[in-house]
Design a binder for this molecule. Structure first.
Ligand code: 13P
Length: 249
């Protein structure tokens, strides 16, 4: 049985005081749900988030991580640094990291490998751009993103992988993939994993959808059989919206 997950990617939003305020609002409003709820504040507020959520079921994730153990990588954050705060989930491969910071599949493969070895769970993001969809290359783009970054992992490593399919054209644009488009791609992803590994790895991996998920469209997207939850950007910054999305799963 795979886990239902709703994760909030706060991106570069919320200072310390705003982080604490949003987390206390969320803690007070969190609905009863069998979904795992994760929030990913910026690095500098991870410690505060861990402290704020000590008696909450909500979990804290980092938005990125370096692949190296330690060393001369000015400005970077290691797996051990995250673990030492009590953060054991990391978002890797977000399209903004790929587009603005040059992260490619080869680099992401190294980061995921480190995360697995260190015992962090990875929320691995991928998805096609608008031109890929227009030219009907979206399935092959997604297949190669998965293959290049993840398919060197052993089957056992997949226990710590959560996938987040985020079509780039739907991120922050207000344009959502239709529930049918999401289901079609998620089913394709699961089949690709089944072919590369086996049916049980494919059945057990949670595949989240991300891209303009809002309270008014979450329930329909989450109702699809291969959609196991969402990775939420803008709407995760507003407590009432994020809570409504959690309640929709
Ligand atoms: P939006 O929900 O703002 O479209 O962002 C999605 C996203 O990028 C989550 O990682």
């Amino acid at each position: 049985m795979r886990t239902k997950i709703v994760a909030g990617n706060w991106k570069m939003n919320k200072n310390l005081q705003e982080t604490e305020a949003l987390l206390s609002e969320l803690s007070a409003m969190l609905p009863d749900s069998n979904a795992e709820v994760i929030v990913a504040p910026t690095f500098v507020n991870l410690q505060a988030a861990i402290n704020s959520l000590q008696s909450s079921t909500m979990k804290v994730a980092a938005q990125n991580m370096h692949f190296a153990e330690s060393g001369a990588y000015t400005g970077e954050i290691s797996a051990d640094m995250l673990l030492s705060l009590g953060v054991d989930i990391v978002v890797l491969g977000h399209s903004e990291r790929r587009a603005y910071f040059g992260e490619d599949d080869a680099l992401l493969a190294k980061k995921v490998k480190t995360a697995v070895e260190k015992g962090l769970k990875t929320i691995f993001c991928f998805g096609e751009e608008l031109e890929d969809r227009k030219s009907e290359n979206h399935f092959s783009v997604v297949e190669s993103q998965l293959k290049n970054a993840l398919f060197d992992l052993d089957a056992s490593a997949w226990k710590s992988i959560i996938l987040a399919y985020e079509p780039v054209w739907a991120i922050g644009t207000g344009e959502t993939a239709s529930p049918e488009q999401a289901q079609e791609m998620h089913a394709f992803i699961r089949k690709t994993i089944a072919d590369a590994y086996n049916a049980s790895v494919a059945d057990d991996v949670s595949i989240l959808y991300g891209g303009s998920v809002k309270p008014n469209n979450a329930a329909e997207i989450f109702s699809k059989p291969d959609v196991d939850g969402g990775l939420i950007g803008g709407a995760s910054l507003v407590a009432s919206d994020f809570v409504a999305i959690i309640a929709a799963i």
